[in-house]
Design a protein around this ligand. Structure first.
Ligand SMILES: Nc1ncnc2c1ncn2[C@@H]1O[C@H](COP(=O)(O)OP(=O)(O)OP(=O)(O)O)[C@@H](O)[C@H]1O
Ligand SMILES: [Zn+2]
Ligand SMILES: [Zn+2]
Length: 801
């Protein structure tokens, strides 16, 4: 007898452990760990997906084991390494193991179920429900009446509901057009068409010219040849073409890498490459922190150490923050290693992602570049892991499982005996502190390439009379610098620090602010839709003409958006070409890359944007960087506010003067004396680090204390509060007197999608009982789902709001 231990796809506390299933004789030796299978679960015929964790010869279970119904995969989709990782990840992030297993796979491989009605009794009602067909799929389009009928028939044992697991990944097919007609028949068909059937004629002409390339995908026909779906459908009806499904490897778009060659290293780069190469050679899983100023050439260090790993017949994993935001980086890696690279990022369609995943899984590639979730890439025999811009908050996932890619990378590196390289001009305080203690090895690169000086930064005090008097958002100093830059035919980058700065509506008569009815946030104006929108729940409504509160007409926009700044730039410099990069102009795939390409080709003079333009960009003609409002991130109610502000300002300043020409930066602020702004102006990370460490020490925060954030949500505010206090009491029983408990307090946005949110923060140094207690709390609160509480535990949160 062989038995499999399986984690089933039922994300509840009770099912958060392996269940045993019998492996039927027909499947012995087929079922192996890491494979997905379909198993019966609970009463009735319900079938669900599960992951095989272990296969063994016998079971201690007294009752009768149910058999596995079928296998979903023909070979394991998760390696032993990944299965092992899932235990650690679930424990560390307080999440269900099933969520962890699923997080490691491309989303298309996550289970989808179809439900079918199966008749089990002869009955008129059943027959009419099924319309004389053998079964009926239950969809969410069914009327309530039908659902009620189904329920009734089920209660009377006349029908049964069966669940079928659908493997989406295998079903990624695309619609394509082909034809059975030969060229002569096509011409004949064309001659029979009426002259005004222009679209049909165009389609037939196309077919005649591309017969050899058939079948051709719908999207291709639409996108590249302007032939619409309707035209194809008509042709199908007239039996001119056939519509079929094709499976294809999709090639991610937007990447046009130019071949790059190895550069001769500077002295600082050489030191870094040597030390890291050594660790690769020795299979030493140590962590390096490369603290290199902006433009010091960290990328070349990454590329040459990756090459080292490949030479040793190993693979390399490189994480970057949201790749679609840094096409330059992807181009550099693909340019160096060509076909050996797979790219994983959220800009890919789920199909493209799956294809890239398959290439890695098939061992067709040796290097993986990707954003956060690429840390789970099915690479084997990893020799090096790199995390660029390691300070980025986006490496932490906001939803369950709330993992930090850095932690996962360290875990995998340890198992693979590979070094980790964390790179940044502005390392996170945690990482820099670890380097201080010798946990990580610090490598500093203090000079820019070509010995180019760091840009000269000028702080403009917006409280000054002269600056306060200007009408728009541009101080005289910034206006002048922009003019000089334009006169010299150089380029400028203007940063609008976005947080809390979008356009909302306020009444200047009574102070009323237009808010979302479901969430406790103001609605944001979207010019292109001419609507007010909620960024949390998507609620939208028309722009009001008068105040809903006092009926005054003095309701108007407040705050400045990028569109507004763009208008001001156009008014100030009518001859300059401005490119705007924000959420609105980068909605579609490839928009990002397009804007950056245009700017790189100097088709525009000014690149205006939000945080997304602050990092990684490397354009030689950019000599001026202007920051409109340095303070917005500073005013966040988060203990990381100073750190975030320093990072943002240092990074964006670093975009100026990276090649031959010297760079200038103008930072407009209402807090010119704040250390985060002053240190950023000097690009002095070390000074900032010391000051910020001192303050964190004073206020008992990371990296001196560990932090865990527990949030409670419910539709009823009273219940939420009560539950929060109960939780706090529970925690107190497990904590020593050295731990600090804050809250419960409402989160900054205390209501989202009609739920109230309260949070408790635990700060601690050493609390051996805390972990167990938190698991117990989860257990107790989640078993009782009827109350509708959502409890989330965030280990080392990136944002506290
Ligand atoms: N050894 C070298 N010789 C000549 N040019 C180099 C060398 N190393 C890097 N460069 C060039 O210097 C520029 C800056 O390098 P890179 O973009 O890697 O900086 P960085 O350290 O990543 O900076 P940032 O943190 O601002 O992104 C690039 O254009 C790169 O091609
Ligand atoms: Zn009003
Ligand atoms: Zn809302």
């Amino acid at each position: 007898m062989s038995v499999a231990e399986i984690i089933v796809d039922v994300p509840t506390m009770q099912t958060n452990r392996p269940f045993e299933y019998l492996i039927p004789d027909s499947l012995t030796e087929v079922v192996v760990p890491g494979m997905r299978v379909e198993v019966p679960f609970g009463r009735g015929k319900r079938k669900i997906q599960g992951f095989v964790m272990k296969v063994k010869d016998n079971s201690d279970f007294q009752g009768k084991l149910k058999p596995i119904s079928r296998v979903i995969d023909l070979k394991p989709v998760l390696s032993d390494e990944m299965l092992k990782l899932s235990y650690w990840l679930a424990d560390r992030t307080y999440s269900f193991q099933i969520s962890c297993l699923q997080t490691m796979l491309p989303s298309v491989m996550r289970a989808k179920y179809k439900e079918f009605v199966i008749p089990i009794a002869e009955d008129d009602e059943v027959r009419s429900l099924l319309n004389d067909k053998p079964d009926l799929e239950i969809t969410n389009q069914m009327s309530d009446e039908t659902i009620r009928l189904i329920n009734k028939l089920r209660k009377n044992n006349k029908i049964d509901i069966q669940y079928v697991v659908e493997n989406q990944a295998l079903q990624i097919k695309r619609q394509a057009v082909t034809t059975d007609l030969n060229i002569i028949q096509l011409h004949e068909a064309k001659s029979k068409l009426r002259a005004n059937a222009k679209a049909q004629i165009k389609l037939l002409d196309f077919l005649c010219n591309h017969l050899e390339e058939l079948p051709i995908e719908f999207s291709d026909l639409q996108g590249n040849y302007g032939i619409s779906r309707a035209v194809i459908k008509t042709a199908e009806k007239n039996q001119l073409v056939k519509i079929i499904e094709v499976t294809k490897f999709r090639k991610p778009v937007g990447i046009t890498p130019e071949q790059t060659n190895k550069l001769a290293l500077t002295d600082e780069q050489k030191v870094a490459v040597d030390q890291i190469s050594n660790a690769i050679d020795q299979e030493d899983s140590k962590t390096f922190l490369v603290e290199g100023v902006t433009g010091s050439g960290k990328t070349e260090v990454y590329l040459q150490t990756i090459e080292k790993a490949l030479k040793k017949n190993k693979t390399a994993l490189m994480l970057v923050p949201e790749i679609s935001l840094t096409p330059q980086m992807v181009n550099r890696v693909v340019g160096r290693f060509g076909d050996q690279v797979a790219v994983l990022h959220s800009g890919l369609s789920s199909g493209e992602r799956y294809d890239e995943w398959t290439r890695i899984e098939n061992k067709d590639v040796k290097v993986v570049v990707g954003a956060r979730s690429a840390v789970f890439a099915p690479l084997d025999n990893i020799g090096l892991i790199i995390i660029d811009e390691e300070h980025e908050a986006s490496y932490k996932q906001d939803d369950n499982p709330r993992y930090h890619a850095r932690d996962v990378a360290l875990w995998r590196a340890n198992l693979n005996k590979a070094p980790v390289v964390l790179g940044s001009a502005t390392p996170s305080l945690e990482s820099r502190a670890r380097a201080q203690k010798g946990v990580y090895q610090l490598i500093r690169m203090k000079k820019r390439i070509n010995d180019q000086a760091l840009p000269h930064v000028h702080i403009v005090d917006m409280r000054d009379d002269e600056n306060a008097a200007v009408k728009g958002d541009f101080s005289p100093a910034l206006q002048e610098s922009l003019q000089t830059t334009l006169d010299r035919h150089e380029q400028a980058i203007i940063l609008l620090n976005r947080r809390g700065y979008s356009s909302f509506m306020m009444c200047r008569e009574c102070g009323f602010v237009l808010k979302c009815p479901n969430c406790d946030v103001s609605l944001t104006y979207h010019k292109d839709l001419s609507k007010m929108k909620c960024h949390y729940c998507g609620h939208e409504e028309p722009v009001p003409n008068f105040c809903p509160n006092c009926h005054s007409k003095k309701i108007g926009f407040y705050g400045t958006g990028t569109q507004n700044i763009e208008q001001q730039l156009n008014d100030l410099y009518p001859n300059a070409k401005v490119l705007r990069m924000d959420v609105d102009t980068t909605r579609r795939k490839g928009d990002h890359a397009k804007i950056l390409k245009q700017f790189g080709q100097h088709k525009a003079d000014i690149l205006l944007g939000t945080q997304m333009i602050a990092k990684g960009l490397d354009f030689p003609d950019v000599t001026l960087v202007g920051v409109i409002n340095a303070d917005t991130t500073l005013s966040l109610a988060d203990y990381r506010a100073s750190e975030r502000t320093f990072q943002l300002l240092t990074q964006v300043s670093g975009r100026a003067g990276r090649a031959q020409k010297a760079g200038h930066v103008i930072i407009q602020t209402f807090n010119p004396d704040h250390y985060a702004i002053k240190d950023a102006a000097k690009q002095d990370y070390e000074k900032f680090f010391k000051q910020e460490m001192y303050l964190r020490h004073q206020s008992n925060y990371t990296p001196y204390y560990f932090t865990t954030l527990i949030s409670v949500a419910n539709q009823d505010e009273g219940k939420t509060l009560k539950q929060s206090y109960w939780l706090k009491k529970q925690l107190q029983t497990a904590l020593s007197k050295d731990a600090i408990l804050l809250g419960p307090s409402p989160t900054m946005i205390s209501r989202k999608q009609n739920k109230y949110y309260y949070q408790i923060i635990v700060k601690y140094k050493h609390e051996p009982k805390l972990h167990q207690k938190l698991l117990e709390i989860l257990n107790e609160t989640q078993t009782d789902t009827k109350n509708g509480f959502t409890i989330a535990i965030d280990n080392e949160p990136q944002h506290i709001d």
